[in-house]
Design a protein around this ligand. Sequence first.
Ligand SMILES: Cc1ncc(COP(=O)(O)O)c(C=O)c1O
Length: 387
Amino acid sequence: MQFADRLNRFGAEIFAALNQKKLELEAGGRKVYNMSVGTPDFVTPEHIRKALAEAAMDPENWKYSLRDIPELLDSVCRYYKKRYGVDIEPSQVMSCYGTQEGVGHLALALCNKGDIVLLPDPCYPVFQAGNFLAEAEPYYYPLTKENDFLPDVRSIPEDIARKAKYMIVSLPANPVGAIAKPGIYDEIVEWAKKYDVFIVHDNAYSDIIFDGIEGHSFLATPGALDIGAEFFSLSKSFDVTGARISFLIGRKDVVDAVRLLRSQIDFGMFLPIQKAAIAALDGPQEMVKEQCDDYQKRRDALCGGARKIGWNIPDTKGSMFVWAPIPEKYDSSMTFCMDLLNKAGVLCTPGASFGPHGEGYVRFALVLPPKQIEEALQAIKNAGVLG
Ligand SMILES: Cc1ncc(COP(=O)(O)O)c(C=O)c1O
């Protein structure tokens, strides 16, 4: 059968090769330290699991939900006010099956074929995939070490800015671990107004920021609700990755457009999951802070520990990822990853898989406790891959 041409754009070869090697090593009895995928190993809080389990016992909750229930939308609005100081109306909120799904479908609602969308390079891969699905035209703005891996709207050529439909911004950033510096969102809002570019902020990690810095919502920036919307995922803050809970929040016409698109292909989020989301948002929040402290211990173990063995990895500032420059003797992130896996039994992700500006780096996910991270670093030291 001749499948759709768009499938040709979704290559998984790099990951398949690394995964194959990992399986071979494990089959041979080797311990593999897997820090490749960003699936948290923390336990979902009991009150959230209970809310879902209790709701699942009511047969009424097994019907099509057809909509986001008002209690859920109210709960999101309350949370945004309390946590971020942002006033939003329920009509400015819609659920999606994780930000992955929401971002994946976004361009289908906002773009015609050939419309320009501004994406970070390197970026979280679904930003690109959603763009391909809608046959929009990506323009990649680079995240470079020289600019602390932050977006720089002033470097976007004027003719591109004038034509661009929307821009995706995501801080703290996967894979580079950068966090918003003071004033950056104001600058982005001003630029977006000047060039009439819609800003879509992916807010997946505002609760995983280190060294006492507080995470925010982009929507808290004055004027942001006139030019923007934000994906707000519960996945990482509340360890509910498998339940697929996220929201698109922001300018009403954009939320309405995405809701209309999704209403054609979906009958609404499973009601017990809506109840679990309410429990997460309205329930105790201490675990969110405690978990951030645990991530920081892992960050310290990895970045600090690497520096002790001669690998100069700067401290990541936020997100659950560490962006590590590859040793000088390697000329490709893929070769280094393969060597790291073969010789040290440590699995991470080649930076090039996140875009051309990711070459020269690898990404570690902080999904192992500090002790295992220390063991992994010892294995790296013993393998002699750094010098
Ligand atoms: C930047 C970013 N956005 C979104 C997601 C996925 O969120 P969700 O689980 O809501 O699809 C991730 C997961 O790794 C991510 O790193």
